[in-house]
Ligand binder design. Sequence first.
Ligand code: FEO
Length: 167
Amino acid sequence: MISKTIQDALNEQVRIEAESSQVYLAMASWAEIQPGINNITSFFYRHSDEERMHMLKLIHFINDRGGFAVIPALKQPALTFPSIKHAFDSLLKHEIFVSESINKIVDISLSEKDYATHNFLQWYVAEQIEEEALARTLNDKLELIGDDKGGLYLFDKDILTVTVGGA
Ligand code: FEO
């Protein structure tokens, strides 16, 4: 059975993962109407799906541990971006924010001596390391590419091979 404190903290994370899914879905929709970046578009759609999976995993855990997972209202995400680089930059910033939020719940689980939740959260800790590293690599590549259209063509080709997260 989880405590009210843990339940509230996990529900806040449900909201954050749901919001992440919306944020990346908005990026995907914006990318889809930009010419020639079909694989970047698929990357954002896949990323959005991954975040929904992160949310569902939390929902099942809360309910399985005798709590109640609350499905949250979500705010409107950013709909357009000045450039592809801006979109990826905001993806990285968002992942750093998610990591900080996960770390906070890890702290709470330790102070509550809730070792089951602590153990469950380790999957998210590992996942965030991967997601941040990936977002940094993609941003570094885009930084190198600058305004070079040939570079962007190759970036779009390359991103096909990138996998986001894991279940
Ligand atoms: Fe579920 Fe990318 O954080």
